[in-house]
Each structure stands twice: as structure tokens, then as C-alpha cells.
Design a protein around this ligand. Structure first.
Ligand SMILES: Nc1ncnc2c1ncn2[C@@H]1O[C@H](COP(=O)(O)OP(=O)(O)OP(=O)(O)O)[C@@H](O)[C@H]1O
Ligand SMILES: [Mg+2]
Length: 279
């Protein structure tokens, strides 16, 4: 379990995270969603001990993030937002290095590397330099690296940013598979559909605060499951309805062009913040 208690982080005058309380259950896939600068990466960095919180505290599987450094390190795997593989090393060597840093004995290291290369489908390319990998392959290698020491909690900061739909799907399948084998996952994303298909619960962040937290299905129920998009001189307005009938009735009363469709998490975000996720 991951627990944040009144967690805050300040960078100079910037309040990156403000008094955040959050509990993520063991075995859960939890998604943090929010626009640029919302504080998602800062939360990941505090929880993975890359930066100290300014206030409050956090624990992972009962170990305090600020106190039990070594114990926390064993519990967690991290896939950072920015690619930080050693591009001059092969995939295998990247994993080898990580295993050594975690003081895994040689035989165990070798076995785990074989296992993980197969798991992320990179066995055939394992002796290529990481620098020669595609974006999706690099991301899969970063995931394999994060899993080397058998962590129970995995942090994925924008795991599919910049990937094509097929590569993204591969990562999604990988995340689902890890989760079905017991992994707790905290991921951040800008992709609404990613949060929707992967996450048991989603926290929506804005300006360092959690402004809403629920399951994707309940979020959609709350704002209304059917949307009427009204297109008017290049402007789009949204109206939400509980059912298709009311939506159709409303649409029928308009003279503008309309689109009637099912609501998604993007609509929830727009409703809550008045902005689109990328804005
Ligand atoms: N090392 C740092 N020094 C100063 N300010 C920082 C630092 N890291 C983050 N910030 C600031 O903290 C705020 C939150 O940043 P953070 O990286 O957590 O956002 P994010 O939600 O991950 O955004 P993105 O979606 O763009 O990755 C921003 O205003 C950012 O400028
Ligand atoms: Mg970020």
C-alpha cells in the first residue's frame, strides 16, 4: 500500500504539491491525471526518494519514504518520465548494471535478465545497443529494468508518452499482466483513454492538488454518461445527460450542428477544470 499524508513539496515559490492525502491499495492500478505542471512527477519523485518532501509524510508497504530508504528501495521499481537508459550499453548490459546496483548475486542476475527480456519481448534484440532501440522498445527495456529486483510496487511516469498506438497497447498489456501477478502500480498519464482502460481508480490533479478521485466508471456517471457537443462558429460547447433520450431531446431543440456520443474521462476533466488535459 502507498500512503501519502498531508504531503507537500515546494520549489522556491512554486507549490508543486499541496497537502495531499491519498491511499493506494495493494494490487491496485492507480492513475494520476492532470495537465502539465499539475505535480504528477513531483509525487512520483517524492515517493521514489529522488526528492524530499517539504512537509507531510509518505509510506510504501509500511516503510517510511524519508526514513527507511533501503527498505523502500527494495519495494519499488521506477520508470521515470524521461528516458535514462545507458544508450552506449546493450539491453542486456543495462539490466546487468541495475542488478549489480541492487547487489543481486550473479546467477540470480543472469536468470532474471533472461526471464525479463522474454517478458518484454526483447530477447532477440538483447545484444543490440539500447541507443539503437525504437521508443517503444526503450520503454519496454526501462520497465524490464525496473522489475529486475522483484519490486511489489511499480511507478510509471507517463509510460506511453510519444508511442504509436501499437507500442502503447503492448505497454498496456504488460502493465495488466504485471498487475494480475500482484503488482501495485502508480502511473501518471495525459492520455485519458489510458487511464480509462487501465486504472482501477483515477486521481485528477490540478495545481498540486487532487481535485477529484474515483473509478473511471463513476466519474462518467457523475458528469453524465452521454454528451451533446454543440458546434457553433468554431466553438464547441458540451452538455451532459444521464441518458440518450434526454440528450436526443435537447439536440432536437437546437439548430446548430451537434454530435451525440458517450462521455469519457476527458469530458470529466473539462467539466472539472474548464480546460483540456493538454492545456
Ligand atoms: N526541480 C525543480 N525545480 C523547480 N521547480 C520544479 C522542479 N520540478 C518541478 N518543478 C515545478 O513543480 C511543478 C510541478 O511539476 P511536475 O513535474 O510535478 O508536473 P507534472 O504534473 O509532472 O507535469 P508534466 O505533465 O508536464 O510532466 C511545476 O510548476 C514545475 O515547474
Ligand atoms: Mg511529469
Amino acid at each position: 500500500m502507498i500512503e501519502l499524508r498531508q504531503l507537500s513539496k515546494q520549489y522556491g515559490n512554486i507549490q508543486a504539491v499541496v497537502d495531499l492525502d491519498l491511499k493506494i491499495r495493494r494490487g491496485e492500478i492507480f492513475g494520476l491525471l492532470g495537465p502539465n505542471g499539475a505535480g504528477k512527477t513531483t509525487i512520483v519523485r517524492v515517493l521514489t526518494m529522488l526528492t524530499r518532501p517539504s512537509g507531510g509524510s509518505a509510506s510504501i508497504n509500511g516503510y517510511e519514504v524519508n526514513r527507511d530508504l533501503r527498505k523502500v528501495k527494495k519495494e519499488i521499481g521506477v520508470v521515470p518520465q524521461h528516458m535514462n537508459l545507458d544508450l552506449e550499453l546493450t539491453a542486456r548490459e543495462n539490466l546487468e548494471l541495475h542488478g549489480r546496483l541492487h547487489k543481486m548475486p550473479r546467477a540470480q542476475r543472469q536468470q532474471r535478465i533472461q526471464e525479463l527480456l522474454a517478458y518484454v519481448e526483447l530477447t532477440e534484440r538483447s545484444n543490440d545497443l539500447a541507443g539503437k532501440y525504437s521508443g517503444g522498445m526503450k520503454r519496454r527495456l526501462m520497465i524490464a529494468r525496473a522489475l529486475m529486483h522483484h519490486p511489489g510496487v511499480l511507478f510509471l511516469d507517463e509510460p506511453t508518452a510519444g508511442l504509436d498506438p501499437q507500442a502503447r497497447r503492448k505497454i498496456w498489456n504488460l502493465i495488466r499482466r504485471m498487475n494480475s501477478e500482484g503488482m501495485t502500480v502508480l502511473l501518471t498519464t495525459h492520455y485519458i483513454e489510458e487511464a480509462e482502460v487501465l486504472c482501477h481508480r483515477v486521481g485528477i490533479m490540478d495545481h498540486g492538488r487532487l481535485i477529484a478521485l474515483d473509478t473511471p466508471a463513476k466519474f462518467k456517471k457523475k458528469v453524465g454518461e452521454i454528451v451533446v457537443e454543440v458546434l457553433n462558429h468554431g466553438n464547441t460547447k458540451y452538455r451532459f445527460f444521464a441518458g440518450r433520450e434526454q440528450a436526443a431531446q435537447y439536440a432536437g431543440s437546437l439548430t446548430e450542428n451537434v454530435v451525440i456520443r458517450e462521455a469519457n474521462l476527458e469530458d470529466v476533466f473539462v467539466e472539472l477544470t474548464g480546460r483540456k488535459v493538454g492545456d
